[in-house]
Design a protein around this ligand. Sequence first.
Ligand code: C2E
Ligand code: MG
Ligand code: MG
Length: 768
Amino acid sequence: MTARLFVTLAIVLGVTALGELIEPRGGRLYADTAQLVVGAAAASICFAGARSRAGVQRRWRLLIGAGLTGWTLNRLWWLVQDVADPDRAITAVTDIGFFVLPACLLVALLQAPYTRPRPAPTSVRRDQVALVIDSVLIAGSLLALAWSLVPRDWLHWDGRPTSLIVAAAAYAIADLVLATMVLLLLLTRPDSRAGRKPIALGGLAVLALGVSDTLRLVNLADGALSPWQSAGHLLGAALLAVAALSSPSARGRTVADSGEGEWLHLVLPYIPVTATGVMIAINSGAGKPLSPFEAYLGWLGLGLVVARQMFTIVDNTVLLDRVSEGQRRLHHQAYHDPLTGLANRALFRERLTGALGGPVAVLFADLDDFKLINDSFGHAMGDRVLRAIAERLQRCVSPADLVARLGGDEFAVLLDHTPADAEPAGHRILAALREPFVIDGHTFGVGASIGLVVPEPGEPLTADALLRRADAAMYVSKRRGKGALARYSGTGDGGPNADLPHLLAEALASGEPSRAGFEVFYQPIVRFADAATVAVEALARWTSPVAGPVHPDVFVPVAERTGLVGAIDDFVLGRACADAAALSVVYGRPIDMHVNVSAARLGRPGLEESVAAALARSGLPAARLVLEITETHRIQDLASAAAVVARLRAYGVRIALDDFGSGFNALAQLHSLPVDIVKLDATLTDVDIAPDRAGALCRSVLAICTDLDIVVVAEGIETAARARALAELGCLVGQGYLFGQPAPLHRLRPPSIPSPSLPPSSAAHLAN
Ligand code: C2E
Ligand code: MG
Ligand code: MG
């Protein structure tokens, strides 16, 4: 680029120097020919440059090429005239063709706003008009200043027709406007990618043209310009060609980001206007009357300032609209779930806080086994199902109530307009979700467990406390068999203001759970044949020193979610093994000890060590220990879980599948995990109420288990009728309130329930 500039300068200097030799007194033929050649060459370079480019880059090169063509043709016309009549008088009419160049340059410069990369507050069209107004305003002010400062005797216009003076002045003024525009583009729109280089080169060209045009305006009466004086025309045309050859710089400066460009943008046009105003005021103060030209410039300036202000106002309005639109969008983002468009936790809490004190109800829904859909079909499909669920939820409640997605697969509904409708709405939701979702040919069944909480009027509650109650109620419903609704009953949630995860972490951090309110209760497992207690199940109990008694249905899931369940399991395991000897005394015979272990622990290290340590410490034979695996979370890696189970069994410990039939893939587990005992979930043992269906299921499970040499323990037996029905189906052992509620060691007594009379041979399946 620098080399090109030097070559250009050298050529111009050479041509001018030659002109000085040939026509020292400003003859016209050489100058006209030289300008004709340079103009034609520059125009062709511009057109050539345009051919290989597209868009704005092509447009401005074509425009400048066209301007230079007009300029060159006018030169040709001059040359023809000069040859025909070397002494002809120059008239304004012959100059008209030259105006094509500044006009084209103006339009070419107005292409720059199209390349502003970031969203400017104004439209391209408004920016173009503002650019023209600012340029004319500044140029007009500078002109007014020059008019009042330049002594009149510098101007040699005597004897020249006004039309000629006006035409010559118009060039210089056009150059001034163009130069101002270039300056404005470079200073106030520095981020334009139009390329600062071509704009700057264009500015230099305008400057060169301007110098020659101004000299011509000043020297009108002196005849033709000398070759040096008219060198600016040559240089101008040549620099435009150099500009057309340049490539745009990759990135503009980003001064505008700092606000500097914007500031300049606003202030720059008014600096010369103010200077002119001050000048006119000083002149008027000194008694110098305004010339008509100055007055005209003054009015023009005033008009333009007003127009400029109008544009600024429009821009500001657009800007304000954008800001408020942006704020609206930000607010929406902050308060809505991007996936479903529902309210998010923040909005839900805010509205719940506002609704507290008045009648209000909250439904808290957690999807059952939603992870399965994500695992099997991928997260994209999971997302689509969640969106479909969100739509159904909204259709189940009144539009005035608020449906929110609190996270992952948790949804909540705030019924602050129709609180009385809460329970029916909960059932409508359960029914709506039971309808299968069909997406892309796949059919999905989605269940949900719903917790409902309706605070007593006047009860002082925070939004968080209410949400915790809803959460606790939801867990109760989940554990009582998924796909149901549970109403918060006011007990077992750990108190109204309990922050359970925090309290639980605190209680277990001490290393001594018994000091923090943890206890172990035992519930008998009874052989139907003779009502003998053959085993007990150890069940954790927690009375928080802060929140009071907390139900296991509440604290076990919380402990599982927060990774604390291992500590509880280990405490219960240790205590149960230690109590086993005393329990044998209570029941008058050695009994098995059942201890619950969260399925999640099968995948983590430490379980085998804990078991070995507890057995070693208590002296309990491994054969007396049964580990109940409760599948509250799907066992991800059945193979490695099976390996852990196999190692524990090799050690002598027996394994039971807890709540069989209520969890995830019951049969797959039975197939993969080498277990000894299956605890049939209470939901499947109602053989006395639904003998056909439950009976068939029970019979099948019993048949499978007998084939696999697995003992079945029926859970949740509350009535003698159920115990009898189960026994008749061939089930040998059971557990339930009928045989004894979970109780601490010191309150345990041998059961006094008469045995359902059965053939004694069936008891042979049991070890004791
Ligand atoms: P689970 O292992 O199935 O324990 C049996 C649950 O059924 C106990 O509830 C027991 O009180 C209850 N139950 C027993 N008989 C009847 C009956 O006739 N009718 C009814 N309606 N319920 C009966 P609990 O003690 O509230 O424990 C709930 C669950 O918490 C347990 O279910 C178990 O999954 C979990 N859990 C308890 N202790 C521990 C523990 O130390 N570790 C782990 N990981 N989980 C535990
Ligand atoms: Mg259990
Ligand atoms: Mg169970």
